[in-house]
Every structure is written in C-alpha cells, then in structure tokens.
Design a protein around this ligand. Structure first.
Ligand code: KG4
Ligand code: ZN
Length: 351
C-alpha cells in the first residue's frame, strides 16, 4: 500500500509518500517546507500568514514529492491528512487539498490526529520499525511534548492509546519558547534555550517543579515560566553567563518534571518501553536524563525517540498513522473520505 501523507497543522508544510507492505515500511519521499523565517520577525506563528504560505507551497511540494518518490497518482492507495488539532485555517489548507485529490484521483482519504502522528514518529526509523510489532515493546508509556501539547499516554499496542495526563496550562515547548522570548532570544526559542543551557549552570537559579509531587499525571508549566519572568525582572544586569544560567536552570526544572512524571507512569503501568515524541523530544538534556533514569528502573524499560528528522511536524508520521489505521480497518471506511473529512482545530486524541 502506498500512502500519501499531508501535514499543515501549524508552520510546516509537509508531504510524504510511505510504502507499507507485508509488515515493512519504506519512506519513498519526504519533504518539509518550514515557515520559521516567515514568522521569526513576529516572535511566534501568525495563523493567517501560516495558512497563506501553506496555500502557496503545498501543490509544488506535492509535485516534487511524487517525482522524488518516482510514483504517480495512479499508484497511491490511500491519502492521509492531519485533520487536527492545530490552527484551523492552516489545517484547512491540507484537508481541502487532500479532499480535492481524493475526489479527483478517486482515492480513499483518512483524517489523522496530529498527536497520533507524533506517537508513531519514533517508528519511522527503519531500525525501530520492527519493534512496533514485537510483544516485548508493549505496553508503552508515551510522552508527547510539542509547542501545543504535553500529554502522557499509555499505549497497549500501536494505535491503541489511553490518555494518562496532560498539561493544565502551557505546553512544554510553549514554556521553552516563552522563556526564550523573555531572554530576547530569536524565534523559535526552544532550540535556542537548549543551546545556551549547555553553557550555563543548571543549579544557578532555583525554579519551581510544578505538580512534581502530585499523584496524577498532569503537568503545569505556566508557573515555571512566571518564575523565570520574576527572576529576570529582579536581575539588574543580565550578562551572557547569567542568560546561559537562566536557560540551564529553567531547562533543568522543566526536564525534571517531564522525566519524573513519565518514569512514575512507566513504573506504575509496568511499561516495557518509554516513547518520547514531538518537537521537545529533540532536547538532548531530556533525552539524556530520561534514558539514564529509565535504566535505573527494574525491570528497565527501553527508550525510544524519533530520529531528528521526525521530531518536529512532518507528513511521514501522518502517512504512517494513516497506514496503521487502514491496516486495522481496511480501506473501505475511507472510500468517501473526501465527503466526510473535516479540519478540527480542537480534536483531542482521547475524545
Ligand atoms: O512538534 P512541533 O514541531 O510542533 C508542534 O506541534 O507544536 O514542536 C515545536 C516545539 C516548539 O515549542 C520548539 O521550541 C520546541 O518544540 N523545540 C524544542 C527543541 N526543539 C524544538 N524545545 C526544547 N529543546 C529543543 N531542542
Ligand atoms: Zn506537532
């Protein structure tokens, strides 16, 4: 089965062709057009500009992706599009493009939840795909950490998940981005904070670890961001070293909360694997601390992160999530997808 994936939920336009057959996957082509430069001068994503740029680039990107995959519309068996959650006008560009293609090419269409895409992203690497079908992988606990979401899921098997907890206010990536803004670092802030943190002392400032002792699996990052704000206001002179110390201390607090809650969920649910996905899963400190902490559990669960190419938003993960769905239910339910698929800005995975 050849799956065409489309992703436009935020500020990346992405198209991919994934070949899915006899338990094997092969990414035939995968392109991402990032809008980072477009939004940088505004310090954040401007929804109207994002949607306009998606509209401009999606068709040329589709054309190039099909050529790179050395395939034609006739050889596509399923179209998978990210239908939510995300920015509504941005999502609509991908969804309406996918619906038009599905009608014109007479192809089944499946609307994929963007978070379900992130959850399968670690399996896009050829080396980790075999783990997806191994009994020794499941159950898994998965932490999705992105600019819009921070969620912990219990996964029984690929595509079968239950929400354990989520952020009550800001997402982890949002906290990184807002901290970067406070420190006047360029957009997008997460990678900048992570970069500067390497030069700083993580114990220089003591920031709160919100909800770390709470017995549920929910998170809260708004207070942590405010604590950084108060600290910045107190400091008269912020030298480059103070800036690095602030980044390192903030990152340390955020990572400690993420690791602590994820590890407790893994222990309490006897997880055999810990999966981390979403933009913030690219954070080296998070990867390092989580891997080290998991090794101390008995029995120790494996840890799985996406390849760096797949930590951010991409259409390959949407194609894979769509393929898994169609593999479970067959293509028939998606035959009239062009009629029924709608963009849903607030589509939560557990609803
Ligand atoms: O998954 P993603 O690309 O888009 C959303 O669905 O939100 O995640 C983007 C988020 C941004 O907040 C960005 O600052 C953050 O991921 N991010 C990082 C790192 N790389 C990206 N945060 C911390 N450390 C990083 N290395
Ligand atoms: Zn995302």
């Amino acid at each position: 089965m050849n799956v065409l994936g489309i992703e436009t939920s935020c500020d990346e336009t992405s198209v991919a062709v994934l070949k899915f057959s006899q338990g094997q996957i092969k990414l035939a082509a995968h392109l991402v057009s990032s809008q980072v430069k477009l939004h940088a001068r505004w310090g954040g994503v401007v929804p109207e500009l994002a949607a306009r740029r998606h509209t401009e680039v999606i068709i040329p990107l589709l054309d190039t992706t099909l050529k790179k995959a050395r395939t034609t519309p006739a050889k596509i068996d399923l179209i998978a599009v990210a239908a939510g959650p995300g920015l509504i006008t941005a999502l609509q560009v991908g969804v309406e493009t996918a619906k038009t293609l599905a009608l014109a090419w007479k192809k089944p269409l499946v609307g994929v939840n963007h978070i379900a895409g992130h959850l399968v992203s670690p399996f896009l690497a050829t080396s980790s795909w075999p783990l997806a079908n191994r009994k020794t992988t499941w159950p898994a606990v998965a932490l999705v950490v992105s600019g819009g979401h921070t969620e912990l899921h219990l996964i029984k098997s690929l595509g079968q998940q239950r929400l354990l907890g989520r952020t009550l206010d800001d997402a982890a990536g949002e906290a990184f981005d807002k901290t970067a803004k406070l420190l006047k670092l360029p957009y997008p802030g997460g990678p900048q904070v992570a970069k500067l943190a390497r030069l700083g002392d993580p114990t220089a400032f003591v920031f709160p670890r919100p909800l770390i002792k709470n017995s549920n699996y929910d998170f809260s990052f708004a207070g942590l961001k405010t604590a950084v704000l108060y600290q910045v206001q107190k400091l008269k002179n912020i030298t480059p070293q103070t800036q690095a110390d602030l980044c390192a201390s903030f990152q340390n607090a955020a990572v400690e909360v993420l690791v602590s809650k994820t590890l407790r969920a893994a222990r309490e649910h006897k997880a055999k694997t810990i999966i981390v996905a979403g933009g913030v899963s690219a954070n080296h400190e998070l990867q390092k601390q989580l891997t080290a902490a998991a090794k101390l559990l008995r029995p120790a669960p494996g840890t799985l992160f996406p390849d760096s190419e797949f930590t951010g938003d991409n259409a390959a993960m949407i194609a894979l999530a769509g393929a898994i769905e169609a593999n479970k239910r067959g293509l028939k339910p998606y035959k009239n997808g062009w009629r029924t698929t709608q963009a849903q800005a607030n589509w939560e995975l557990w609803q």
